[in-house]
Design a protein around this ligand. Structure first.
Ligand SMILES: CC(C)(COP(=O)(O)OP(=O)(O)OC[C@H]1O[C@@H](n2cnc3c(N)ncnc32)[C@H](O)[C@@H]1OP(=O)(O)O)[C@@H](O)C(=O)NCCC(=O)NCCS
Length: 167
């Protein structure tokens, strides 16, 4: 366990709620991952993924959280903190939303709440690593005040490292 406070697992914004995973999210979670188009994720795989996320959170105190629209009450994706390519002290912010929910500022709104949650744990810095082709994600990070630090190569894939200090 780290010396940081556990991240708050219930966050609310003007249009969104971020809350802990439920087993009943498995179907939507697998549908979201399947939208990536590289493979089909079964509901069983979604369920296993949720258990893995919950187990990771028990040992790290940070989490990816389902994002739900307040009015519609529907699951539209996830946003939160992961170790990813970084460290528990300076974790990464991550997000992924259903295509039908893109382009309405939801990722920026959810990620802004996660920045607040990260600051509440006592952390001083966050990272994000994004494929260089991913303009929408880079734009979200820019809107949140992240700055480019460096680019690394993973085979032929260019990964942009961005960072933001927390108040
Ligand atoms: C990245 C992602 C979460 C963004 O979600 P979103 O809710 O659409 O994001 P927002 O609406 O908050 O902001 C997107 C910004 O990118 C801009 N944008 C979108 N597509 C763009 C393009 N092709 N070229 C330039 N800008 C683009 C939007 O105009 C918006 O910026 P603006 O507010 O200045 O107009 C979403 O695209 C997604 O889930 N992608 C697949 C998963 C993924 O890539 N996750 C990130 C991995 S690092």
């Amino acid at each position: 366990m780290s010396s940081y406070e556990t991240m708050p697992f219930h966050l609310e914004t003007e249009r969104l709620i971020l809350r802990p995973w439920a087993e009943s999210d498995a179907a939507e979670f697998s549908a979201l991952l399947s939208e990536r188009g590289d493979e089909t994720y079964t509901v069983e795989r979604g369920r296993k993924g949720i258990v893995e996320l919950l187990t990771a959170t028990e040992s790290t105190g940070i989490a990816l959280l389902p994002v739900q629209r307040r009015e519609e009450g529907d699951f539209i994706g996830y946003c939160g903190l992961i170790i990813g390519r970084s460290t528990l002290e300076e974790p990464e912010i991550a997000y992924e939303l259903f295509r039908h929910a893109h382009g309405r500022g939801y990722a920026t709104e959810a990620a802004r709440a996660v920045l607040g949650a990260a600051a509440a744990t006592g952390r001083n810095r966050l990272w994000s690593t994004v494929a260089s082709w991913n303009t929408p994600s880079l734009r979200v990070l820019e809107k949140l005040g992240f700055e480019r630090d460096r680019v690394s190569m993973e085979g032929t894939k260019e990964v942009v490292w961005l960072t933001r200090s927390l108040p």
